[in-house]
Design a protein around this ligand. Structure first.
Ligand SMILES: Cc1cc2nc3c(=O)[nH]c(=O)nc-3n(C[C@H](O)[C@H](O)[C@H](O)COP(=O)(O)OP(=O)(O)OC[C@H]3O[C@@H](n4cnc5c(N)ncnc54)[C@H](O)[C@@H]3O)c2cc1C
Length: 494
């Protein structure tokens, strides 16, 4: 008799979707192994903004997630456009340059709405409109870009604690400080258990099915150097320090097929002063995404990209990488009093440099070529416009004139002191490379056949995201494939 019906490795969003789904589908003894100690539990899910991207045909379809929302937000549903499956497809194809795994993308998109509904019900996750990150208020009416309207109350912290509470309520055992190191197979190649390290002891525990949901390799500097290349080994990590690629390593060691873009990752501009791993209490408050209203200057004193190329939701992932590639992996975002009011609330966690003149500001900045920095700011101001047609809610076409490197929107003069400079770097969120799975969440081997008894979900699934990713898809992917993995793993107990 195995020790458990189902072992789930990891304790993030995907793991709990899998564990609760296994329980719901008849598995009696389900265990979750969490490598972190209790105080650091929950993986990237804890750090996340907890925004869920899902397809829906009409605004009112969101009512089950947002009971009573109209009492707080007048005419709330008038500001929401339907986000059909076709639109989700089109966004996923566009941002991944058509490289998304079509078979898995179909599973993700087709199940997105039903699965988020299932997850929020089974784990009793209260939701709210994602106003502060995705919403834009125009003439008193909130509007949201396609598909990203709903998030968990208290963001990732709330989401993660709901998952833990639901698992405990369902009688799922959680073993903290239990880091799986190896998969165990029988003579037929069936995965029958894991070796896990607990209290400096290695233990083998067995089950009818194993679900790996223990994240990517974003926290592993050596793997980042190996697969993403320099300077990613120097990137600061936006989430958990425990996602070291353990699950990928264990699965590859028994012949799982690597899948997707192993050199790909999600990153964003974050505060350069944050430590190597993001603060657990401040979670995702390191983001510095109001750069369209700034100019960004590197340590050579030069601008290096068009800050106003598009709204930040369509540029932040690539700009994070571009900043990381600048000298010292650092750039300053400079604002004046006209634009400072438009900074997203997360800037309040920073200590900006503040000065009444550019000379004083540049003097304080960690810049190698200060005269060039001053020249860059002054040249920008000569070519920038007045704020008569400035519109922070959309691409306003207010562009510099005559600059070799133009700023094509929101290019108004920076001339109203005091000036504020925020240091930014590129922070890594998660990695795209993973394992090949079929639509049943079974891990596929290098012989292109499922590895019996082995499933995976969440960041470990390869192939969905390449180059970029539509914000809010990571958690929904974890829930969709976690739910499927749990259902199928439960069947193996019969
Ligand atoms: C700052 C930030 C903001 C984000 N915002 C959003 C958002 O708003 N919407 C969205 O969709 N996505 C967002 N994401 C991405 C999202 O958080 C991830 O896609 C998602 O949390 C991944 O879930 P997961 O269950 O696969 O992994 P995780 O949540 O990272 O969980 C992995 C788990 O495995 C454990 N583990 C690791 N190794 C082992 C081992 N050997 N043995 C046992 N356990 C192990 C870890 O401790 C952890 O518990 C954000 C990410 C970050 C960092």
């Amino acid at each position: 008799m195995p020790d458990y019906d189902v072992i789930v490795v990891g304790a993030g969003n995907a793991a709990f979707a899998a564990a609760l789904s296994a329980k719901e589908n008849g598995a009696e003894k389900v265990v979750v192994l969490e490598k972190a100690h209790k105080g650091m539990r929950g993986g990237n899910t804890h750090w996340s903004g907890a925004i869920f991207r899902m397809a829906f045909d009409k605004a009112e379809d969101l009512k089950p997630f947002l009971p009573g929302v109209e009492e707080k937000y007048l005419n709330f549903y008038d500001g929401i456009e339907p986000y059909t499956k076709e639109r989700f497809w089109s966004d996923l194809n566009r941002v991944t340059q058509n490289r998304t795994d079509k078979e898995l993308a179909e599973v993700l998109i087709d199940n997105s709405y039903d699965t988020v509904k299932w997850a929020t019900e089974i784990a009793e996750i209260p939701c709210e409109p994602a106003t502060s990150v995705c919403g834009i208020k125009v003439n008193g009416q909130w509007t949201f870009p396609g598909g990203v309207v709903v998030r968990a109350v208290h963001e990732g912290v709330g989401l993660s604690s709901c998952w833990f509470a639901a698992a405990e309520k369902a009688g799922i055992e959680i073993r903290y400080g239990s880091g799986a190191t190896e998969l165990v197979q029988d003579n037929n190649g069936r995965v029958t258990g894991v070796v896990t390290k607990e209290d400096n002891d290695s233990k083998t525990i067995t089950a009818n099915a194993i679900i790996l949901a223990c994240g990517g390799f974003e926290a592993n500097a050596q793997w980042r150097a190996q697969y993403l290349g320099a300077p990613w080994d120097h990137a600061k990590v936006r989430g958990s320090s425990y996602n070291q690629g353990d699950g990928l390593r264990m699965a590859l060691a028994i012949g799982a097929l690597p899948w997707g873009q192993w050199s790909g990752r999600h990153s964003t501009p974050i505060d350069a002063d944050w430590s190597d791993f993001a603060d657990r209490k401040l979670t995702d408050k390191s983001n510095r995404l109001s750069y369209p209203f700034s100019i960004m200057i590197n340590r050579k004193g030069l601008r290096f990209l068009d800050e106003g190329e598009d709204t930040n939701m369509y540029t932040y992932a690539k700009f994070g990488a571009q900043i990381l590639n600048e000298p010292g992996s650092k750039a300053y975002q400079i604002f004046d009093q006209k634009t400072i009011q438009h900074l997203e609330p997360r800037y309040s966690t920073a200590s900006p440099l503040i000065a009444d003149t550019f000379e004083e500001l540049v003097e304080m900045m960690d810049i190698d070529d200060k005269p060039t920095a001053l020249k860059t700011i002054n040249e920008y101001n000569k070519c920038a416009q007045s704020d008569d047609h400035f519109d922070p809610t959309q691409k306003d076409g207010v562009s510099t004139e005559g600059l070799a490197l133009p700023k094509t929107n929101w290019a108004i003069k920076i001339d109203n002191p005091p000036y504020h400079a925020y240091p930014a770097t590129g922070g890594i969120t998660f990695t795209f490379g993973g394992l090949k799975v079929n639509p049943e969440a079974q891990v596929i081997g290098t012989d292109w056949r499922p590895i019996p008894g082995l499933y995976t979900a969440g960041e470990m699934v390869g192939g969905l995201f390449h180059y970029n990713y539509p914000g809010g898809s990571g958690l929904v992917s974890g829930q969709v494939f976690g739910r499927i993995a749990g259902r199928n793993a439960a069947k193996e107990t019969a």
